[in-house]
Design a protein around this ligand. Sequence first.
Ligand code: ZN
Length: 338
Amino acid sequence: MLPAWSIVFGIAFGAAVGSFLNVLIYRLPRNLSIVFPPSHCPACGHRLGVRDLIPLLSYLIQRGKCRYCGAPIPVRYFLVELWNAALWAWLWYEWLVLGEAPGRFVLYAAASSVLIAIFFIDLEHYLIPDELNVALLAIGLLHGWLLQGVPTDWSWASLGVPSLRHAALGALAGAGLFSLIAILGRIGLRRDAMGHGDIKLARGMGALLLVPGVFVAVALAVVLGAVVGGLWALMRRRAAQESNGHEPPPEPEPEPLSNLVLACALYLLWVDALITLLPRRVQQQVYASMGQADEEEFVETPTTLPFGPFLALGTQLVLLFGEWFAGGVRAYLDWVGV
Ligand SMILES: [Zn+2]
């Protein structure tokens, strides 16, 4: 058990990792190298020194502007560092100050950070890099393996006790549910109901949160998505009316059903996760030979919002407030007599 003041380390480490997340958020969807070139201002190209890279503080001291050319730095850089610092501080307090579970702290903190990167990349680019989904799956498997048999908030459900087998079952449940929605939606609505990235994300969520937890996270994501998505669509419609005369872009052609079913089968068997470990050039050849583009093409329509950010938020909520949600679900199940 660490003293309460040690939480400053949680904040500092969290902010520093948040700074690295900003690099991932910018470079991963653009297929740029993570390590090269060193950080520089995208406006003037000036290489950033230590003074410019202090998490949280540099942004505040420079008032959100590049020190060399004065170009504004997106507020996202600050938000990512702040958000990650807050999550790490919370988890630090919960698992290292109140509890004595360093393994749980490390795994939950790593997962939370991956989810922040997924949140911002999907929000901006409508895609989730495979590397991040594989990372979440790996964290989930590590969680099942390292904490095998250690009680969790969900231990009242037999599948909620961590183990490698239960992590695999959780992954199957998450990916299975979303594959089903994607395939039924494609048949019933004749349009793409679910992005491939979301299916792979649900798989990682299931591996980490295990069977009761993953369904709670998905339910939270649906509620959050309905509220935010509803407001967003309303705002978009109003904006469209004001600038009237702008035709919404046509709906994209849905992908062939056979392609979708094949892809879902690969996701359920984790074949794509193994392919992600190959060099990028080989990956592209493999996907090309299956008649699938490596990068998902997405045409934005006025009523679409990516679902990944909401899944990421739902997962974080379950990681942070697991005890509370688990108690609620259990009380409900007791009440209905299951
Ligand atoms: Zn600059």
